[in-house]
Design a protein around this ligand. Structure first.
Ligand code: SF4
Length: 199
């Protein structure tokens, strides 16, 4: 069942998620919310304190200032931190608007669009990238940035949410980065990588 998060919550959470796992991302997000009940307080807090609060997410020296910078830029541009206006824009406008912030790339923009706004976008994280490459759903040398548009065109829009989540689950549970469980994988008869394995 699809549940939507607030766009700004999703944006901050996705910045926190870079190069860490979901548990540490969630702990850092929770810690931030407990110390600063509003995003305005995070924006105006001392940089060192924000860094200290999100330390468990890793790369806190980068993520803290990046989060505060995005919050300041949104405020300068919009006058406040209400992202409700995004609901009224078409997907391409939303994508462009999100991408113009420093530190917001195609994956972050697509996550906010898909999970918060219910708009058509196909986020490509490390699992989605690896699994689609092995299955042969994209060219092996395609960049992760290009894979966003390519996979968005490959799958029907109404399936984005489920396909994204299922690819992540498959990557975590079966198609591991180091030792994919190919022998027992239910997709091995469809996979481009499997036949290349030594017998
Ligand atoms: S057969 Fe192996 S490489 Fe292909 S999708 Fe399954 S686990 Fe991944």
């Amino acid at each position: 069942m699809e549940t939507r998060t607030k766009p700004l919550d999703e944006l901050i959470s996705t910045i926190l998620s870079q190069n860490t796992n979901d548990t540490n991302r969630d702990r850092a997000f929770q810690s931030l919310r407990e110390r600063y009940p509003t995003w305005e307080l995070v924006r105006d807090a001392q940089s060192e304190k924000v860094i200290e609060t999100i330390r468990m997410a890793g790369l806190a020296n980068r993520k803290g200032p990046r989060i505060q910078q995005v919050l300041r830029e949104i405020t300068e541009e919009r006058g406040d931190l209400d992202l409700g206006f995004l609901e009224e824009l078409d997907p391409e406008e939303v994508r462009r608007w999100l991408l113009h912030f420093h530190g917001v790339g195609p994956k972050t923009a697509a996550i906010v669009m898909l999970f918060s706004l219910g708009q058509p976008a196909f986020p490509v994280d490390t699992h989605v990238y690896r699994v689609t490459g092995r299955l042969g759903l994209r060219d092996a040398t395609m960049s992760v940035e290009k894979a966003h548009d390519h996979l968005a065109q490959l799958f029907p829009v109404e399936t984005y949410y489920e396909v994204h989540l299922n690819l992540i689950r498959h990557g975590r549970q079966v198609c591991h980065a180091r030792q994919p469980a190919c022998e027992t994988c239910t997709l091995n008869d469809l996979c481009a990588y499997y036949p290349s394995l030594p017998n």
